[in-house]
Design a protein around this ligand. Sequence first.
Ligand code: ZN
Length: 123
Amino acid sequence: MVQSSLARSRRQLPALREELERQRDFREEQLAHLLAHDEIRTSPSGHEPHAADDDGSRALREIRGLVAVGARQALADIELALARMDDGTYGRCRACDSAIAPAVLTAIPATTLCPACQVGTEP
Ligand SMILES: [Zn+2]
């Protein structure tokens, strides 16, 4: 009996959805925490209007800014994956429409790209 990987990922869905919702809660909390402790201004130019800070707090703020950017990106991925679960396209690559291996989905539930397309989008 042949079982497609898509059928297998469907069976994994409840567990993956639970994991994604857990990760979403974590990211939302992380972002709220970062924003509460710092006014992160992600200005498109990245230009600082004044440089009164010493290097230490400036570096720290830059790190917090990077963490916030990463957390926002992760949250966007998670929300996209959850939306694809709702419309039934979860488990398929959003770029080339091939099935994503269940092992990949288990390892990275938020992924909506197959490994081949993932490599193509990495900076
Ligand atoms: Zn693909």
